[in-house]
Design a protein around this ligand. Sequence first.
Ligand SMILES: O=C(O)CCC(=O)C(=O)O
Ligand SMILES: [Fe+2]
Length: 223
Amino acid sequence: MDGSAVGSTAGGPVVVAPGAVHVPGWLGVGAQRRLVEVCRRWAVGPVPIRHTRLPRGGVMSVRTVCLGWHWQPYRYTRTADDVNGARVAPFPEWLVRLGRRALVAAYRDPAAGDGYRPDTALINFYDDRARMGMHQDKDERSGAPVVSLSVGDSCVFRFGNTESRGRPYTDVELASGDLFVFGGPARFAYHGVPRVLPGSGNPATGLARGRLNITLRVTGLPG
Ligand SMILES: O=C(O)CCC(=O)C(=O)O
Ligand SMILES: [Fe+2]
């Protein structure tokens, strides 16, 4: 993955809320295909992709595997103690660079990626029925932006406000190759995925069914 196919924007950035930007078609098909391939490898190990168990007994409908730091509700650790105890795969340098380019594209500012050093990625796989309830990404001790990349089936992405799970929110359709960034005043906004749209993806990405979402984040944790 060298990101060479990045930048084939099908449309310019759309500001959904201050600090929250949707860039349709940011990843070309080649870049999406490489992401699918590498995510398939990460899904196998060292920590296998799994449905995250919630402390009160629930189980998330998406399946998740992490890089750099392992997220389990509601903290980050180096080892996946709720899965197999293994240390998660390292966060690759090319993904840091991709995150920087994402910020430059979303904020239309050549300096927007300077100093951005994401150190964890959550890779979520959604089957036809998977969803994600409204939540904040708030286990990070950093206000740096979250970079979100989507491949495969489209979904309805609900982007809300920082006060509550409820309205006002905006429903955005995230399609294969789309970038969504939330930073600044939008960084701690509630968001979720009420549904995926089965069969809407492009098989040329290598993902015949389902939806892949990768979020890059800065944990703010030491070393
Ligand atoms: O799947 C998405 O688009 C969002 C995922 C998400 O919000 C998360 O992993 O925290
Ligand atoms: Fe989230």
